[in-house]
Design a protein around this ligand. Structure first.
Ligand SMILES: *[C@@H]1O[C@H](CO)[C@@H](O)[C@H](O)[C@H]1NC(C)=O
Ligand SMILES: *[C@@H]1O[C@H](CO)[C@@H](O)[C@H](O)[C@H]1NC(C)=O
Ligand SMILES: *[C@@H]1O[C@H](CO)[C@@H](O)[C@H](O)[C@H]1NC(C)=O
Ligand SMILES: *[C@@H]1O[C@H](CO)[C@@H](O)[C@H](O)[C@H]1NC(C)=O
Ligand SMILES: *[C@@H]1O[C@H](CO)[C@@H](O)[C@H](O)[C@H]1NC(C)=O
Ligand SMILES: *[C@@H]1O[C@H](CO)[C@@H](O)[C@H](O)[C@H]1NC(C)=O
Ligand SMILES: *[C@@H]1O[C@H](CO)[C@@H](O)[C@H](O)[C@H]1NC(C)=O
Length: 790
């Protein structure tokens, strides 16, 4: 055992051990082992001593003694009534137990209880020494540990921590260290008052004891109650003394870990702060030191910074300056630990600004060039924290060229680095100039692979980043051509709530161009979203938002699924009404529907205002669209009647000056086209069903152009009204009710015409197209409700 102060004395002095050599006659080991069963006490004393001597000479001797059966009698003799026999037997047993084979054999003999029994203070110090040596060997084994605890070994062992003999101290400490690897013993050690003697051992002259005491403290201070006791016993002061003593540098790394364990609560931090400990801690971080000590000190700071009160205190102590300096220390583990501390300190808002002001941001960006994966991970984490809700920091990363390096990190193999980089880029892309720069470095392309990750955090951060980046048509087109829409749509299969939310948000952003929408629909986005909408657990406002955004590009499907078109949804040629879709049902294309045989159930009303001439022009203009040579392309049926109605609306209704008049006139036009006013009571006599059947039969199709319908009711009239209103730029909705009911709602100012005065609030009206065409029914009045329902 090396000693600090008295370096010259390698082993602690042991007068008690200097007994006279006993006159053992030259006998074979076998004979001596036999003598262990002799009843004569004198012989027993000598035999034990001889065995001790013989065993001391080496492992071979110990094993041969085992073979000769020395173990059993020795285990008996340690409980002998004769003190000297006990002592010598323990010496022999203790030495032998350091051998692995003998340890295994000892485990099988029920000896632990008798050893513990001899740890009492009445026993000789030599007995203590060898009994603890024995237990120290055994206590690495789990079963033995349990036996030591069960036989109440801990109280006498704690007592022996204060033994005058350093070997006894060391052995007892070693046993205790082995015991406290288990939770129960850690608690027990604290309850039995083990902390004060442990702290006392920090002052030992023997480094091996100091190390062991620190390692034990490191284990037991993971428990809060133990930490409290530690504090009450001036544990911090003792550790600080070690930290400020440069002779104890070999202990600093371990000391700092104990400090870190106990500093997590702000009470402790205040305490050491008051004693100047915090300043000393930061100083010790910076003094040129062993990297292990520095990195432990930084970890200690990161640990302390877990609580917001502590962060405030550390900020006041200018911890950021220390951390920025540490970023340029050569050692990788110091840099990595420093980045981690920066991440944690970033929870304190003022700290983020300090890092920027101290030029810490270019320093962190610089670390991304290093090949160490751990360092990259920690540095990207720090950047994601520093740039979170801090535009100036985002700009500083950009100025340091961080955007380009971060895009490269997206190709990396470490998942955490990828997700941190994506998060940082997302934080930065809020500023247009940075977003453009990020895009110019190929970020969209780089995000496609992470979109296919199996890691939820990667998926969340990637989709989030995509939502910020893909906010213009060019970026979305890039995503499409890079093949990113398919993996994005596939994320709708996710059952992870957050992944799904973020995927829906990204899809919502991408649903801004007809091309991207068409492709996402092709990949089944709408069907998946409908399925999601059916599940109470998976449905959210995000999934609804994504679905509505996609549907806004496909009003036929929107009307079928939601039974509602807003005034901003402008019907165009090719719009078709297939009726209300069942939830989860795929809406067939117009072409598919046109090719189906006529049946009595289905009627699809289609809108087509284009003239044949126009269409021909289109075809000629577009030479890029190749026509299939074998198959004549399907084409929508012309609708001359609808064209005439559109022309009439433009000619007669558009010029009217008053909105109400326009509305009423359009309603009359629609009504006339579809069979005129029908009295409510005579509705059942109105022959619209027959008429439609005839039309379908004539057309040999379930698809009927709306202009051909000359007998139509609510649903046909409301659709025609919406279509014509959209053509002439009048605002109205289209809503479907039950049983072929549908209606249009218009928003009109409620004025008193004679006084030419308008109330400030516009009013909602339902337009009567059936009974008194042109009548405006104030929404939610009984008359309106009667119109909307059966
Ligand atoms: C106890 O501390 C040592 C380091 O001294 C560590 O290796 C070990 O994992 C710790 N054990 C427990 C159970 O915390
Ligand atoms: C990475 O960091 C280590 C330690 O600071 C340094 O020796 C090495 O040169 C660095 N590598 C690069 C590419 O900067
Ligand atoms: C900062 O980093 C931590 C991980 O150290 C992370 O859990 C947290 O969400 C981040 N906080 C902010 C504000 O970015
Ligand atoms: C991004 O991922 C990291 C894990 O790598 C996580 O700590 C962080 O909170 C995520 N950021 C956001 C904004 O979700
Ligand atoms: C709208 O949906 C129909 C039916 O699913 C489909 O045929 C059509 O291509 C879609 N249009 C767009 C622009 O997505
Ligand atoms: C989604 O489900 C809700 C609740 O069932 C329903 O009200 C809503 O109309 C559905 N949305 C679509 C677009 O189908
Ligand atoms: C012609 O077809 C191309 C490719 O399908 C399309 O991008 C373009 O908009 C079309 N032009 C017209 C005038 O329809």
């Amino acid at each position: 055992m090396g000693k600090k102060v008295k370096k010259e004395s390698e082993t602690p002095c042991k007068e008690t051990l200097q007994f006279e050599p006993l006159p053992v006659e030259a006998k074979t080991p076998a004979t001596v082992v036999l003598l262990l069963s002799c009843p004569e006490e004198d012989i027993l004393v000598k035999a034990c001593e001889a065995i001790h001597k013989f065993a001391e000479k080496g492992d071979e001797n110990k094993v041969s003694l085992l073979g000769l059966g020395a173990l059993e009698p020795l285990c008996q003799l340690i409980t002998h009534t004769n003190k000297l026999i006990r002592r010598n037997a323990f010496m022999a047993l203790g030495i032998m137990a350091t051998n692995g084979d003998i340890k295994s054999a000892l485990k099988k003999i029920d000896v632990i209880a008798s050893i513990i029994d001899k740890l009492s203070l009445e026993e000789d110090i030599v007995v203590h020494e060898f009994a603890t040596l024995c237990l120290a060997s055994l206590s690495v084994d789990f079963v033995c540990k349990v036996k030591i605890s069960d036989n109440k070994g801990l109280p006498p062992l704690i007592q022996l921590l204060s033994s005058p003999d350093p070997d006894v101290k060391k052995n007892s400490l070693e046993i205790i260290f082995n015991l406290v690897q288990d939770h129960q013993s850690r608690l027990a050690l604290h309850e039995l008052g083990g902390i004060p003697p442990l702290l006392e051992l920090l002052k030992s002259d023997f480094p091996v004891i100091q190390h062991l005491a620190l390692k034990t403290l490191q284990n037991v201070t993971t428990d809060t109650d133990t930490c409290n006791t530690f504090r009450e016993e001036q544990g911090f002061e003792k550790l600080m003394d070690i930290l400020s003593n440069m002779d104890f540098r070999d202990l600093h790394a371990e000391t700092l870990q104990v400090v870190a364990n106990c500093l997590s609560d702000s009470k402790s931090l205040q305490l050491i702060h008051k004693g100047g400990g915090l300043t000393r801690l930061m100083e010790s971080v910076l003094t040129p030191n062993l990297p292990e000590i520095q990195s432990n000190a930084v970890k200690c700071i990161a640990r302390v910074a877990q609580s917001s009160e502590n962060r405030k205190l550390l900020h006041e102590q200018n911890v950021e300056k220390v951390l920025v300096e540490l970023l340029s220390v050569a050692d990788i583990s110091v840099k990595t630990a420093t980045c981690q501390a920066v991440s944690v300190m970033s929870f304190h808002l003022a700290s983020k600004d300090s890092f920027r002001d101290l030029d810490g941001i270019p320093a962190v960006v610089q670390l991304l060039n290093n090949e160490s994966l751990e360092l990259k991970e920690a540095a990207t984490q720090a950047l994601s924290n520093l740039t979170h809700s801090n535009q100036l920091n985002a700009f500083a990363v950009y100025e340091a060229g961080g955007d380009e390096i971060l895009v490269q990190q997206l190709y990396g193999s470490c998942r955490r680095t990828v997700s941190n980089s994506a998060a940082t880029l997302g934080n930065m892309a809020g500023q247009e100039v940075i977003r453009c720069s990020i895009l110019s470095h190929g970020a969209i392309q780089a995000l496609v692979e992470p979109l296919q990750s199996t890691d939820t955090q990667v998926l969340i951060n990637t989709t989030l980043c995509l939502s910020v980046l893909a906010c213009d048509t060019e970026a979305r087109a890039e995503l499409q051509s890079a093949g990113g829409l398919h993996p994005l749509v596939n994320l709708l299969r996710s059952y992870h709530k957050e992944v799904l939310h973020h995927a829906c948000l990204a899809i919502n952003v991408c649903a801004s161009d007809v091309n991207t929408v068409a492709e996402m629909c092709q990949f089944g986005a709408l069907e998946m979203l409908q399925e999601i909408n059916l599940s109470v657990n998976r449905r959210s406002r995000f999934s609804e938002l994504a679905m509505i955004s996609l549907l806004n590009f496909n009003l036929s499907v929107k009307y079928s699924l939601t039974s509602h078109l807003a005034s901003t949804d402008i019907i165009s040629d090719g719009f078709y009404d297939v009726g209300k879709a069942r939830a989860g049902q795929r809406i067939q294309t117009l072409e598919e529907l046109s090719k189906q045989p006529v049946n009595e159930h289905q009627q699809i009303i289609v809108v087509n205002t284009a003239t044949g001439k126009n269409k021909k022009d289109d075809k000629q203009k577009n030479e890029t669209q190749p026509e299939s040579p074998t198959e004549k392309p399907w084409k929508m049926m012309d609708d001359v009647s609808l064209q005439l109605l559109v022309n009439k609306a433009k000619k007669f209704i558009l010029p009217l000056s008053d909105e109400r008049e326009q509305c009423a006139a359009l309603a009359r036009l629609v009504s006339e086209a579809m069979g005129g006013a029908v009295e409510m009571e005579k509705l059942h006599e109105f022959p619209w069903v027959l008429h439609l059947s005839e039309l379908k039969f004539q057309l040999r199709s379930n698809v009927v152009p709306i202009g051909l319908i000359s007998r139509g009711i609510y649903c046909h009239r409301a659709l025609l009204f919406k279509c014509l209103a959209d053509c002439i730029g009048m605002s109205c909705t289209l809503d479907r009710g039950e049983y072929s009911r549908a209606w249009n709602e218009v928003l009109l100012f409620n004025g008193n015409p004679s006084m030419n005065e308008r109330s400030s609030q516009p009013c909602r009206y339902i337009v009567d197209l059936m009974h008194q065409p042109g009548r405006l029914l104030t929404a939610n009045t009984p008359a309106a409700v009667q119109y909307q329902t059966i």
